[in-house]
Design a protein around this ligand. Structure first.
Ligand SMILES: [Zn+2]
Length: 316
């Protein structure tokens, strides 16, 4: 997750302020059965396993071996469920050196003018800049929550779409280079590239988008991110209604959240109103402790179920 520039002081404060609290809690299970409109079960355990698989590749930092291995693995998973998988490869010169990036794009169902984009970043941060120790801060983060969690939810959702295609079609976009640099100019690289060039990889412009970032921690809490609320309030309304339907309002509190600089901003600027579902209150953000044991199947399932309900029962 990227959160530079004006928001950094606030976000740093949030991260530091919750350090003593820890994240040992579990998301409470839904108190009642899913609504009749939702027929398919999202497998949180399988999504958790997908986080472990990604972390086992090592850092997914452009230029490192785990980056290429993980791209191939994500592609192979998507090829089992999607109608079409495309790699959007590109090169950029950053800090005086050439860096190769890859956005991974998967299409599900017949694309219509109301097709939805579901997005996450799959890269991980090259340095653990929230570590206080300089040696630790120079190392890449494992990125279990910040990176792998959003990918894991989308991959599992693809397995649902294989069972039942989404009514208006979905395009999944896995962004590279979200967490690459130390300044905002060197972050959100994949989403900015995609936002300018979606026509080269998609038949129609997505009507709306949902971005998932840092959705795997054991005690996630996802308020209405402020930029999302400006861009697509009706989509957020629908998502929080689905959360109420699923008795998951403790995960999705319908309340104003702070603005966060993330991959949804380039999409909004490109005319694809996109909401960011993000739980930023994460003690291990940009540290070496962002490991799979901090994540939980119940959190992944909660997010997956709410997004799946939104997709299958799209707002009109
Ligand atoms: Zn990050």
């Amino acid at each position: 997750m990227g959160c530079r520039g004006a928001w950094k002081p606030f976000l740093l404060l949030v991260a530091l302020s919750i350090l003593p609290v820890g994240c040992g809690g579990k998301v409470r299970p839904a108190a009642s059965a899913p609504s009749p409109t939702f027929e398919y079960s999202f497998d949180g355990q399988r999504a958790l396993q997908d986080i472990k698989t990604q972390c086992a590749f090592g850092p997914r930092v452009p230029g490192q071996p785990g980056h290429g291995q993980c791209a191939k693995w994500i592609q192979s998973q998507l090829q089992k469920t999607a109608d079409e998988v495309t790699l959007q490869r590109f090169e950029q010169t950053l800090g005086g050196k050439s860096v190769n990036f890859t956005n991974i794009i998967a299409v599900y169902g017949r694309q219509t003018p109301r097709s939805l984009a579901l997005c996450a970043h799959w890269d991980t941060r090259p340095f653990a800049d929230q570590e206080l120790d300089a040696d630790k801060a120079a190392k890449p983060i494992p990125g279990a929550n910040d990176g792998a969690s959003g990918v894991a939810v989308l991959l599992e959702m693809g397995r649902l779409f294989k069972q039942k295609p989404p009514p208006d079609g979905v395009v999944m976009v896995f962004f590279d280079g979200e967490d690459y640099g130390k300044t905002s100019a060197e972050m959100f690289i994949g989403s900015r590239y995609f936002a300018k060039r979606w026509k080269s990889v998609l038949p129609v412009k997505p009507w709306r988008g949902i971005l998932l970032d840092m959705v795997g921690a054991a005690d996630i809490r996802i308020p209405r991110e402020a930029m999302s609320d400006s861009a697509a309030p009706e989509l957020l309304d629908a998502i929080y209604q689905r959360a109420r339907d699923a008795n998951l309002s403790h995960v999705f509190p319908d309340e104003a959240g702070k603005p966060i600089n993330d991959d949804h901003i380039p999409l909004i600027e490109a005319g694809i109103p996109t909401v960011d579902l993000i739980s930023f209150e994460y003690a291990w953000w940009h540290t070496l402790e962002d490991t799979p044991d901090k994540c939980s199947a119940s959190s992944l399932k909660a997010v997956g179920e709410v997004v799946a309900r939104t997709v299958y029962d799209s707002p009109r």
